[in-house]
Design a protein around this ligand. Structure first.
Ligand SMILES: [Zn+2]
Length: 283
């Protein structure tokens, strides 16, 4: 695969969003995100350790509509909510989480698995507090950020997510902020966080800096269609604007891999072998 950027309809759509109209800090790096994860080409790395996330719900502060997504923001002035282990050498502090979603359930995620799209994707953003003193500093540096990605599928209602969904009508317009406290982000992780893919990439919103260790969960979480419908009732636009625009399709188009390795903490080959063995016994 070469490193030519792929242009498609989705990119055209995103170019129309004001966020993509200004000059980009990193217009054409070769470690950009998101990517398609080709499951059979990912490399099992037995050295990848389990992830250790310790989140203090009391560090949760507010939720705001930034005109592209909604951000649930955490107090990151101390090491109370941190992520370590997995592919990470350092301690990373949680600063915010947000989602990307589509206008229908057929698409919306930024990463894909063997080209398979999910209706939404959660990103938990952490910065390296061992090496840097502020998010703003870490975001510009190598090994500055660690982002956990979790795919959302439509199914049964997610009880943990509902508290968040209930807060969304208060931040319908761009620029609105409300207090939002005592939310444990761990409730949005799949029950098994030890199976993941990891690769070096970038932010998927400007400044697109290539500072991110991505950790993409193998296991998805389930949310209801109605819960996602409330995401879609948010607006890209502020209350003053004449033409209101629904907050949907707030994902970046996929970027070329450019020779990067995607490592997995689990072995797809072993699992296939085991399930083939299971089939033999069953038939
Ligand atoms: Zn994101």
């Amino acid at each position: 695969m070469d490193c030519v950027r792929v242009r498609d309809a989705a990119e055209h759509v995103m170019k129309m969003h004001p966020m993509w109209q200004g000059p980009l800090a990193i217009p054409g790096g070769d470690r950009q995100s998101p990517i398609d994860i080709v499951v059979r080409k990912s490399i099992f790395d037995s050295e990848l350790k389990p992830l250790v996330s310790v989140y203090d719900p009391n560090t949760c502060q507010q939720i705001w509509n930034n005109g592209y997504s909604f951000l649930v923001e955490y107090d990151d002035t101390t090491d109370k909510s941190t992520l370590k282990g997995g592919p990470l050498q350092d301690n990373f502090r949680l600063c915010q989480f947000h989602f990307h979603w589509g206008e229908s359930n057929a698409w919306g995620s930024e990463h894909t698995l063997d080209r398979r799209l999910f209706p939404a994707e959660l990103h938990l953003v952490h910065w390296n507090s061992d090496k840097y003193s502020l998010f703003e500093e870490a975001v510009m540096e190598d090994n500055g950020l660690a982002v956990i990605g979790v795919f959302l599928k439509v199914g049964k209602r997610h009880e943990g997510l509902q508290k968040l969904v209930d807060a969304l009508p208060a931040i319908r317009h761009k620029g609105s902020v409300v207090e939002f406290t005592r939310f444990d982000p761990a409730c949005l992780l799949p029950s098994n966080i030890n199976d993941y893919w990891t690769y070096h990439g970038s932010l998927t919103t400007p400044p697109l800096t290539e500072s991110v260790t991505w950790i993409i969960m193998k296991h998805h979480i389930e949310v209801s269609h109605d819960q996602l419908a409330v995401f879609r009732s948010l607006l890209f636009t502020s209350a003053e604007e004449d033409v209101q625009k629904s907050m949907v399709n707030n994902f970046r188009v996929q970027q070329p891999l450019c020779g990067r390795a995607v490592r997995s903490s689990f072995s797809p080959f072993l699992q296939e072998a085991q399930s083939a063995e299971g089939d033999k016994h069953n038939h």
